[in-house]
Design a protein around this ligand. Structure first.
Ligand SMILES: O=c1nc[nH]c2c1ncn2[C@H]1C[C@H](O)[C@@H](COP(=O)(O)OP(=O)(O)OP(=O)(O)O)O1
Ligand SMILES: [Mg+2]
Length: 197
């Protein structure tokens, strides 16, 4: 079976990529599967693209193979786009999903339902040594609840209601999330060969 190395340590992302790539018979290998642990890559970029490229290119160089990386996050209009590229470390490091959710909900306490619009973004970077890195982008529009709900998924899923739904992303089954998510939409661009830069 063909394999793809994905430069991530996020178990939520890994589970989703396993589902996507199973449909085309590609086995997903992540940084958690390697015998030699790789150090965390510092996400020093100012954009999702820069951080996705940092992760993909560093691991591609390390193993001299093609590598896929995912940099993603939540963009909230009422917070001027925050947490944005800081989504994972919004409440500090090490990353704590529940603390991140609490911080977002605290910052939105005064914000009425009609102004709680947001979107998830996913930028995929594919790096091959000696070649130009390719980027694919996907979004998922929605709104932010005032409390958490649901146990599935990861990250900000328990407070994000996708447009057209009345459940949170964390109440959807993995299959349902994978039909509408920002990650799915980025993968679709990849499959169609529509790179964003
Ligand atoms: O589908 C999602 N559902 C809920 N939350 C999500 C999703 N997708 C990204 N997110 C949040 C989680 C994390 O707070 C940040 C990603 O940060 P990001 O640096 O790309 O990933 P990460 O540090 O968890 O793993 P890694 O860098 O090893 O791939 O956005
Ligand atoms: Mg990260």
């Amino acid at each position: 079976m063909k394999q793809i190395l994905i430069a991530t340590k996020n178990r939520g992302k890994i589970a989703e990529f396993k589902q996507f790539f199973a449909t085309v018979n590609v086995e997903v290998v992540s940084l958690l599967d390697l015998e030699e642990p790789v150090p965390d890559i510092e996400e020093t970029g100012q954009t999702f693209e820069e951080n996705a490229a940092l992760k993909a290119e560093e691991i591609a160089q390390m193993f001299n193979i093609t590598v896929l990386a995912d940099d993603s996050g939540l963009i909230i209009d009422a917070l001027d786009g925050r947490p944005g590229i800081y989504s994972a470390r919004y409440a500090g490091e090490p990353t704590d999903d529940k603390a991140n959710i609490r911080k977002v909900l605290d910052e939105l306490v005064e914000v009425p339902a009609s102004e709680r619009t947001a979107r998830f973004i996913c930028v995929l970077a594919i790096a091959t040594p000696g070649e130009e890195t390719l980027f694919y982008k996907g979004y998922c529009e929605g709104t932010i609840r005032t409390t958490e709900k649901g146990e599935n998924g990861f990250g900000y899923d328990p407070i994000f209601i996708p447009q057209g739904y009345n459940q949170t992303m964390a109440e959807l089954s993995p299959e349902e999330k994978n039909k509408i998510s920002h990650r799915k939409n980025a993968i679709s661009q990849l499959e169609k060969g529509i790179h964003s830069r």
